[in-house]
Ligand binder design. Structure first.
Ligand SMILES: [Ca+2]
Length: 181
C-alpha cells in the first residue's frame, strides 16, 4: 500500500499524519503587508538599490487588501529587499512560508534567514519562477542557527515581483495527539 503521494513539485504528502509537525505562534509582524506609510511597509525594513523600488499593491494580493510589489528594472545593481529582524531560539525548528509571484519566467527571489552582511545563516534559498503571473506558495523548514537573525526577501534578477502572506511559525511545544475524555 502506497502511503505517500508525490505532488509533482518536490512535496510529498504522507498518509496518516501522525508524525506531522504542528505549527503555531507566527513570529512575523504584519506578514500580510497590510500596514503602510506611503510606499513603505510599517513593519518591514526596506532597501531599494538604484532604480529598484517597493510599492503597496492593492490588486494582486493573496491575503487581506495589500501585498508588496518589488519592482526591479533590468540593469546592474537594481534590487529591492525587505527584512524583518527576528529573535529565534537556536536549535528550534521553524517554518517560513510566503506567497510570491513574478511577471516573467526564470526570475529569481532570494529568501534568507540572515542579513547579507551577517555571517551566512541557515536558510539560503533562491527561488526561480517557472511561470509568469502565477502565485506560488513557498514553504521552508529549518532549524534556527546562531547566525540567523531575520526574515529577508530580496530580488535577485530583474522583474516585477509580488510578496504576500509571510509567516514564520514555530514547532508547537505541546503534544496535540492526546485523547479526548
Ligand atoms: Ca496582504
Amino acid at each position: 500500500m502506497d502511503l505517500t503521494a508525490n505532488m509533482g513539485n518536490g512535496l510529498e504528502l504522507v498518509a496518516g499524519g501522525f508524525n506531522a509537525i504542528r505549527w503555531g505562534g507566527d513570529l512575523a509582524v504584519d506578514g500580510s503587508l497590510e500596514n503602510w506609510t506611503g510606499n513603505d511597509p510599517d513593519s518591514w525594513d526596506v532597501t531599494e538599490n538604484r532604480t529598484g523600488e517597493i510599492t503597496r499593491e492593492a490588486s494582486i494580493v493573496t491575503t487581506g487588501n495589500y501585498s508588496a510589489k518589488l519592482n526591479t528594472p533590468s540593469g546592474g545593481g537594481n534590487t529591492v529587499k525587505i527584512k524583518q529582524d527576528i529573535s529565534g531560539v537556536i536549535g528550534k525548528t521553524y517554518r517560513l512560508s510566503l506567497d510570491v509571484r513574478c511577471n516573467a519566467v526564470s526570475r529569481v527571489l532570494d529568501i534568507h534567514s540572515f542579513v547579507s552582511t551577517d555571517p551566512v545563516g541557515t536558510l539560503v534559498e533562491s527561488y526561480t519562477f517557472a511561470a509568469k503571473d502565477t502565485w506560488y506558495s513557498l514553504d521552508y523548514e529549518f532549524e534556527w542557527g546562531a547566525n540567523d537573525t531575520a526574515i529577508v526577501i530580496a530580488t535577485s534578477s530583474s522583474g516585477i515581483f509580488y510578496v504576500d502572506n509571510i509567516r514564520l511559525e514555530t514547532e508547537s511545544d505541546t503534544l496535540l495527539l492526546t485523547a479526548s475524555m
